[in-house]
Write a protein that binds this ligand. Structure first.
Ligand code: TGC
Ligand code: FAD
Length: 389
């Protein structure tokens, strides 16, 4: 089997047949189930909820987690290719799968006890339950260590107070993984049943980006959380940051899917569109843009492949994840501008996916650590000097 789509350097041989099969079947799934309705969902600001059960049936939710919890147990590279194909469809669709698998199932898997894993993972894997991940607060985005959301011990559990902002899937979630400080000021992770008294999740409106994705505020007004919902096996900010490594990895691959589609659309258009009696693809200035995209996408592919190999063999450093997230989302953002230029006026219409991807990628550039945060993480790794403050 071979990679579908751009493979300029012939890297198919570095993927297993199982991984290539994931790519192929997800490509077909996106063409059949996502592409026909995504523009309408984007315009209406709705998430295609009918996909949730289908994701579950196909093993897309927590794909790289073990089979014993109802997951597919596939490699991290397979998960990366899944994200690539889903995001080619739409960043909002990939976001749903990222949040569910990397930010909700992963912390239960990595920091939960056996009872918690058995209680929640199989139902999250099947799509019966939807989860969300609450880290960001209105005044603490890039710097989550300042969070004000807190838990206080009470009989049989904890009382949760505070609020979270910009939370993907918040309004439709059955459970929320919430990061809050305990009475000693230590960050802890808790699983909050969204039907609890005092919990609300109003939808955030007015987005021009990631419109086919639900984004919400989470408000906790004296919410009681039972003792058994505290994730016992992690304390401190490394808990949520450890989850972000999983999601940032998937985003790095997802952004590749966007870049690849943008290049394909731009190449096709440049061969068809005639100006000054010639296809615009015959002009050197157009070819320069296409080759820039080809070059950067190919480098981004190699980065994704190698970071994926490191993740699969257990040698991955979180700074390497910052590199793939930073580079590959930047690449997609630049490709969106170039593809839009090549299509001229047609580039701004919904006849092509360019503006939707361009608007989506603005969120992707900011969430899961802004481009600047990842620059500083890498800068610290090089110099041993943190430059955040
Ligand atoms: P710092 O002192 O550096 O670290 C605190 C502790 O955490 C450890 N650590 C990590 N552990 C695992 N993975 C990582 N990536 C880690 N980075 C740091 C560190 O070793 C330390 O451990 P210990 O044992 O010494 O306690 O923490 P800091 O407060 O200085 O923060 C560093 C900074 C700025 C890099 C971090 O806060 C950061 O990454 N900020 C960006 C925030 C962010 O990415 N938010 C994302 C919210 S979720 C989201 O956007 C979901 S979008 C969902 C969708 O796809 O729709
Ligand atoms: P700020 O931190 O206010 O940053 C503003 C600007 O200042 C940025 O350019 C930033 O890079 C820059 N900046 C900040 N500090 C520094 C510095 N030290 N040096 C240089 N520049 C700096 N969060 C969740 O917890 N869960 C979710 O599910 C989730 N989903 C999201 C979905 C969407 C659609 C969006 C847009 C966001 C989502 N987020 C989520 C929040 C996201 O993680 C934050 O938006 C992100 O971490 C940045 O925080 P901020 O928006 O408050 O920006």
């Amino acid at each position: 089997m071979k990679l579908i789509g751009l493979d300029y350097l012939g890297i198919s041989e570095f993927f297993s047949d199982e991984e290539l099969l994931v790519q192929k079947s997800c490509r077909e799934f996106v063409e059949k189930e996502v592409a026909p309705t995504i523009e309408e969902h984007f315009k209406n600001g709705t998430f295609p909820k009918d996909l949730i059960k289908k994701f579950g049936d196909l093993g897309y939710l927590g794909m790289n987690l073990p089979e014993k919890y109802g997951c597919a147990g596939l490699s991290n590279i397979a998960y990366g290719l899944l994200c690539q194909e889903l995001e080619r469809g739409d960043s909002g669709v990939r976001s749903f799968v990222s949040v569910q698998g990397s930010l909700v199932m992963y912390p239960i898997y990595a920091y939960g006890n056996e009872d918690q894993k058995n209680k929640w993972l199989p139902r999250l894997a099947s799509g019966e339950l939807v989860g969300c991940f609450g880290l960001t607060e209105p005044n603490f985005g890039s710097n989550p260590s300042g969070m004000l959301t807190n838990i206080k011990k009470t009989e049989g559990g904890y009382i949760l107070n505070g609020s979270k902002m910009w939370i993907t899937n918040g309004t439709i979630a059955d459970i929320a993984i919430v990061w809050a400080k305990d009475e000693e000021g230590v960050v802890r992770g808790i699983v909050v049943d969204t039907k609890s008294e005092g919990f609300s999740a109003p939808i955030q409106k007015g987005k021009w980006s990631l419109r086919a994705s639900i984004t919400s505020e989470l408000v906790f007004d004296n919410v009681f959380v039972p003792e058994e919902n505290l994730l016992p096996n992690v304390k401190g900010l490394k808990g949520p940051l450890g989850c972000l490594n999983q999601a940032r990895f998937g985003i790095g691959w997802g952004a590749l899917g966007v870049s690849m589609e943008l290049l394909e659309v731009a190449v096709e258009y440049s061969k068809q569109r005639v100006m000054f009696d010639k296809p615009i693809g015959s002009f050197q200035l157009i070819q320069d843009k296409l080759v820039w995209m080809l070059n950067e996408i190919t480098k981004a592919q190699l980065l994704a492949l190698h970071v994926g190999k490191n993740k699969d063999d257990g040698s991955l450093k979180h700074q390497q994840v910052s590199m793939i997230k930073r580079n590959n989302v930047w690449c997609a953002r630049e490709c969106a501008k170039l593809a839009r230029e090549i299509l001229g006026a047609n580039g701004i219409t919904d006849d092509y996916p360019i503006m939707r991807h361009m608007m989506n990628i603005e969120s992707v550039y900011t969430y899961e650590g802004t481009n600047e945060m990842h620059t500083l993480i890498l800068g610290q790794d090089l110099t041993d000097i943190p430059a955040f403050k």
